[in-house]
Design a protein around this ligand. Sequence first.
Ligand code: NAG
Ligand code: NAG
Ligand code: NAG
Ligand code: NAG
Ligand code: NAG
Ligand code: NAG
Ligand code: NAG
Ligand code: NAG
Ligand code: NAG
Length: 830
Amino acid sequence: MKRHLIRYLLAFFAVLITGYSSRRPTTDFDATPRTTIAYNELSDVKRFSSKTVNYSVFLLEDEKGILYVGARGAIYSLNSSNIMDGSQRTIHWEATPEKQTECLKKGKNNKTECFNHIKLLQRFNETHLYVCGTYAFSPLCTYIDDHNFTLPSIFEEGKEKCPYDPSKGFTGLIIDGGLYTATRYEFRSLPDIRRNLYQRSLKTEESPVHWLNDADFVTSALVQESVNSTVGDDDKIYYFFMERTGEETSSFLDKTQVARVARICKSDLGGKKILQKKWTSFLKARLVCSIPYYEVLKSAYTLDTGRWDTTVFYAAFLLKWRNMEASAICQYSISDMQKVFEGPYMAYQPNSHKWVRFNDIIPEPRPGSCITNELRSTGFNSSLDLPSKVLDFLKIHTLMYEEVKPIGEQPLLMKKNMVYTRIAVDRVLALDGTQYDVLFIGTGDGWIHKAVVVKSIVHIIEEVQVFKNPQPVENLVISKRQKSIYVGAQSEVLQLPLSTCNRYVSCYDCILARDPYCGWDGETCREATQEDRLQMTQDMQNGNEGCLDVAAEAPVQKNRTVLKGDDVLLQCDLSSNLAKAQWVVNGTESLPDVESRFRVGIDGLLITDTLPEHSGEYSCYAEENGLQSLLAVYTLSVLMELPKEKVDLEPTMVIVQLPTAASQTSSDMEFVYISIITILGGLCFVLLVVLLYVSCLQKRKGTYMVGNSQATNVELQTVSSNFKDKSDRGLNSHPDGCLQIIPGEATPASPTKNTPPPPPPPPPLPSEFTNGIATLPNMLRKMNGNSYMLLGQNEESTSPLYNSFTEELSKFLEKRKRTQLVEKLDESSV
Ligand SMILES: *[C@@H]1O[C@H](CO)[C@@H](O)[C@H](O)[C@H]1NC(C)=O
Ligand SMILES: *[C@@H]1O[C@H](CO)[C@@H](O)[C@H](O)[C@H]1NC(C)=O
Ligand SMILES: *[C@@H]1O[C@H](CO)[C@@H](O)[C@H](O)[C@H]1NC(C)=O
Ligand SMILES: *[C@@H]1O[C@H](CO)[C@@H](O)[C@H](O)[C@H]1NC(C)=O
Ligand SMILES: *[C@@H]1O[C@H](CO)[C@@H](O)[C@H](O)[C@H]1NC(C)=O
Ligand SMILES: *[C@@H]1O[C@H](CO)[C@@H](O)[C@H](O)[C@H]1NC(C)=O
Ligand SMILES: *[C@@H]1O[C@H](CO)[C@@H](O)[C@H](O)[C@H]1NC(C)=O
Ligand SMILES: *[C@@H]1O[C@H](CO)[C@@H](O)[C@H](O)[C@H]1NC(C)=O
Ligand SMILES: *[C@@H]1O[C@H](CO)[C@@H](O)[C@H](O)[C@H]1NC(C)=O
């Protein structure tokens, strides 16, 4: 066990420390979403919010076209075909002021806890819903008539069914009139799996061994194992939760939480004398994903495949070690779970305080099993008939010896520096006749990752920023009928289409996306239907076959003219994070490696300190998954001097590259730029810098240093290229592209080029006299899975050259930074 663990840990460190470059097993340890869709690029989103918060409980009734939503102090009935069509019905159900005062007296938080948080929202019968709320630390439940949708005047005590504390994990299902809930109940916060309402009430056992140890519940699911069962099996309910471990005794692992799966039989009636009103079918097992003891179960999804024996469970885990975080998705089969529950038990040895494998004789019928035909035929008609020796055994042997391991014994997907909070899965029949599982995964900061499982590898199709303000995704529900996914969070409910195929503009784009909902019909990428299976192109297996037209779109054709010594950026914006730019100059494959003046960044080719011989034709190809497509062709002309009629125009800024000692940690000196910027009127400059400094002081972290502002020379240097901080992902991080300029140690300026005469005011120039710096895209996308950041740049060609010093300076800085970032990524990935 311990050796096992150490091996896992070593693997974990290898992964996290070397940034996965040294070892690359079948699972990519930091999967990259193919495309990134920021909040402002979203389309076709429907939003619903009202005056309240915490839209976290959903009940979708697809046939009726209704999505019920439980929030804080309210229940909504929304039209599932369009949640914002204004036809919603609302039940306000707030805790009374007296209850809130009482709650305050209990020392609870009046901002979060002393409200009526709806926790349970389930269909009870044809006419009524059953609802429970925390009701300011004093839970209540009630039946709601779905026809007139009003709050009734009669309530039921809820403490057996609902937690007091809204932050406690809760899961509840109504199955055949029985209410199955699992949470920490009452003031003492004791964890329990209970059945209430219709059938005989049942609980878990507390003595002599707690069946549940500080459990925090995540979810539960019914699996109808009785359907077409040849052995007359019972339906089972599976519970997913975290729990304090009992079976490990190593001191450093004490009190660690482990993930568990437990199950009970639906027809359980409890024991007659022993385990009276207690489950006689409760069994639990470890659920492992990638690094045991360091993973926290965040969400689980049960994929109903139409037959119970092919049921698949998906689970999202958060892996934590020191300040490192990663998320993992694992996939489990019900047959693996069954094997574990039918395998050996664990036994507790009180003397050594150890859990060990139970090797003695197991009583018959097998403890914890459901009542089957075989048992019925031997006289055990229900759990009430079970013999005492079986129940006595079960009382102290509810933990299974084996662990439930994921399919393939490893995670399907891992993602560094990401918290996955919720997962939902849709099984889609693709055009190749195969079914693919599409995962929708919500993150802790309000994004949705959409991924597809192809041959036990996960391909993340896209990541979509669905909430402007970062907030955890708390619920995800898929409606096949509405072709929508509903997202619940603190601030609102969203309805998103399952696919947005028209985002893919070319056949290649459509194929490379590997979105099983989408296909290329010869003209557009659109929703694939089985009817036009023959006409449409899709390649789920490889993601690169079937497109006939090599150049689907005409590439961008542009002329660029610059002066000798200028820097020029030839923009080539790859829409896919998985694509690599390939530049071809004058028709030959490779870039001339002239003193490393060429650098390929994620958004283009930067040529620094241009010389006339750099003129030529530059073509940018996007290379992805073995496919190449031409995106842009530039004709670059480097002039010795400006054309005659513009001879009086001097550039306002002369950028001079200086040799420098390696001051960066990087092995190459080439990242280090020391540039002297000579400027018009020294006084003017100081004023501008001060202005900029003051206005941007609070806006960003010190990423750049600009040298001593009193000197006429400044040093531009990237201090940190590590943008791992999550806050940098948000759209509102750098809304104005401001730079913080802080005094730094500027190296003395080179004497070579010094203080040119003050140039005339900036003249307008023909738009082709731009060096491309103004044409950066609005958002810097994904950078090898590490970071994002935003650039608030002007749109293409609207800004004339040499607008103002500050603008030019900030553009220059950004350009440098971005180009350096790309080259330094591998070092920042730890
Ligand atoms: C409800 O929302 C508030 C903020 O809007 C948040 O602080 C709180 O944790 C949420 N409560 C639950 C139970 O989700
Ligand atoms: C929901 O909206 C659709 C289309 O707007 C409409 O046809 C349908 O009747 C509505 N359903 C309900 C339950 O109001
Ligand atoms: C919560 O309690 C604090 C201090 O007791 C009080 O200042 C605040 O107004 C209360 N807030 C609400 C919403 O009642
Ligand atoms: C559903 O349950 C409610 C509450 O117990 C009851 O009043 C109602 O008559 C039931 N409806 C049907 C159709 O059984
Ligand atoms: C809601 O409808 C039920 C029967 O459909 C009725 O008994 C009840 O009084 C109605 N409630 C209100 C508030 O109208
Ligand atoms: C059960 O068996 C019937 C008849 O063989 C079949 O039609 C049905 O699809 C089966 N159901 C499941 C869930 O396997
Ligand atoms: C089980 O049920 C059968 C038929 O319903 C009955 O004959 C038998 O006595 C029952 N056995 C017990 C132990 O109750
Ligand atoms: C680029 O310049 C060439 C000749 O210099 C001209 O024929 C062509 O139209 C120009 N292209 C663009 C896109 O301006
Ligand atoms: C491209 O070809 C032109 C002439 O055809 C030549 O002047 C130029 O130097 C070449 N550019 C590069 C980068 O080789």
